[in-house]
Write a new protein. Structure first.
Length: 480
């Protein structure tokens, strides 16, 4: 049996710092205050042609920050290296995303786009011996019950377009190559597709460059997770075996001993399917991505029943999936949001939500600093604490997910002290539930710890999942 270890040292600093302050949603004083800040609120010492904020990257994190600031009358520039729509992985959102959509004013457009609606999440063992079906609305601490599952090309384009409509200047096809600090602001150097280089200045810089991690790399702040060196293989499929009825659009996670699969229904005919595995195992196997992908799902009873009749709609793609965070999320007049702050294994689908949540918080910190006419040092420090705290909640879950005791307790919830409800709330995106959620989460991890020594629930075995004869398993068939 494979055993898993939990890293205690990695996430202990700085993720477990907590912050008491909260920024409530719609109607909140702080967000409304941001909306009332006069345009060009920076103290005017910047030369003409300077922006209140320059944002690198037009993904969900960048678009969110841009929308909030532009709606507050700020002069915002977004530099995005691609032209949208463009493919992006990361398709299952969390229910609490809805609040941000509402506040940004983009919800009607997203509803009109007809994205699939997810009401729950399912976790299955690869050998089909156990399944856990979570319904968001059943959790007594969960205040949002539905999330979209999206094709990111379309979703990201709607968000970026919304930022533009809100008043942000968006330049697509511009790659930022570096940033530098000025006396009262930040400058970035960017190159267009014709090779022309220009410098843009802003009172603040928001790095939303995703896993490209522009400023974190430039400042050498990136800390890779010592063990979560993963790789993802994925594609879109037709004919995947899903439930019928209200759970038909659930995200399905299938856990094999040393890897896991996602099945994300995007429409009635298109399902995103992906496998996250150790990069080293992929390299060792010497298979093509399509061969590896096929041999992995064929090794599982649960996946054979779901993918046996599926047809690939695109070639299997790969992407590195290394978890990391930056040691600092802020610097003088600089804030990192979303994946540019840190990226974690996507098992709990929190990436887009955390990117948008941090984009929103970054906009609030910048908006208030512009209003005060200062560099916002204390607000940026508070921003950093809040974002580390939010990331830390999911990191703890992600690291534990690869351990046997976590799977035992997680897959066999006991309705004691409403602990499972607190976990469901977190999986829906509840970051501000206060002490009543915190102590239940701590108790959950105490159960996990105890399980490793004195089993509280029967030990599970995800079973199967080993590629015994990769070449044979990789022979051509329907779902490549
Ligand atoms: C395999 C996998 C599966 C995932 N599944 C999920 C999921 O189901 N649900 C979920 O919520 N999350 C998921 N994620 C995570 C999710 O994709 C990210 O967390 C999310 O996209 C982060 O948003 P962002 O705005 O920070 O970055 P991004 O969405 O990556 O946007 C960054 C943007 O910056 C641009 N850019 C980069 N460098 C530069 C530069 N130098 N100059 C100008 N522009 C630049 C890029 O072109 C890009 O458009 C997954 C990730 C992976 C790898």
């Amino acid at each position: 049996m494979v055993t898993f270890e939990v890293s205690h040292e990695f996430h202990s600093v700085p993720f477990h710092k907590t912050s008491a302050d909260t920024i409530p949603f719609s109607g909140s004083d702080q967000v409304l205050e941001l909306a009332s800040v006069a345009p060009f609120g920076f103290d005017g010492r910047m030369a003409t042609g300077c922006y209140d904020a320059v944002i690198v990257g037009g993904g969900p994190g960048g678009s969110t920050a841009a929308t909030y600031l532009a709606r507050a009358g700020k002069r915002v520039l977004v530099l995005e290296k691609e032209h949208f729509p463009r493919f992006h992985i990361g398709e299952s959102l969390l229910p609490y995303n809805q609040r941000i959509f509402k506040e940004m004013g983009v919800l009607p457009e997203l509803e009109a786009a007809g994205f699939a609606k997810k009401f729950g999440a399912q976790f299955h063992l690869g050998n089909a011996s156990k399944a856990l079906k979570l319904v968001f609305s059943n959790g007594c601490y969960t205040r949002e019950a539905m999330a979209f599952q999206v094709e990111r090309a379309k979703f990201d384009q709607i968000l970026l377009q919304h930022a533009r409509k809100s008043g942000a200047e968006v330049r697509e096809g511009w790659t930022v190559t570096r940033f530098s600090r000025e006396t009262d602001g930040v400058a970035v150097t960017a190159r267009d597709e014709a090779g022309n280089t220009e410098t843009f200045k802003g009172a603040f810089l928001i790095d939303a460059s995703g896993r490209a991690n522009l400023t974190g790399n430039q400042e050498n702040l990136r800390v890779g997770h010592p063990r979560l060196k993963k790789l993802a293989l994925f594609g879109h499929f037709e004919g995947v075996g899903l439930d019928s009825g209200p759970t038909a659009t659930d995200i399905i996670i299938v856990r094999l001993p040393d890897k896991w699969f996602w099945l994300i229904p995007l429409s009635s005919t298109r399902t995103s399917v992906g496998c996250v595995m150790d990069q080293a195992d992929f390299s060792k196997a010497g298979l093509t991505p399509a061969e590896m992908f096929r041999s992995c799902w064929q090794s599982s009873t649960e996946l054979r029943s779901r993918l046996g009749m599926a047809t690939a709609l695109m070639p299997i793609q790969t992407t590195g999936d290394f978890s990391y965070h930056n040691r600092r999320l802020v610097g003088p007049r600089l804030l990192r949001v979303g994946d540019a702050a840190g990226f974690m294994d996507p098992i709990f689908s929190a990436g887009v939500y955390l990117a948008m949540d941090s984009g929103r918080l970054a906009a609030v910190a910048v908006g208030k600093s512009l209003k005060a006419g200062d560099d916002g040092r204390r607000r940026l420090a508070r921003y950093e604490r809040r974002v580390f705290a939010a990331m830390g909640l999911y990191w703890e879950m992600v690291e534990a997910f690869y351990t046997q005791p976590f799977m035992d307790i997680f897959m066999q919830p006991r309705p004691k002290f409403k602990v499972p409800d607190a976990i469901v709330a977190l999986l829906a995106g509840e970051l501000e539930g206060g002490w009543k959620l915190t102590w239940r989460r701590r108790l959950f991890f105490l159960f996990v710890k105890a399980q490793s020594r004195w089993p509280l629930v029967p030990r599970l075995w995800p079973g199967e999942g080993r590629v015994l004869n990769p070449k044979a398993a990789a022979s051509p068939a329907v779902a490549k």
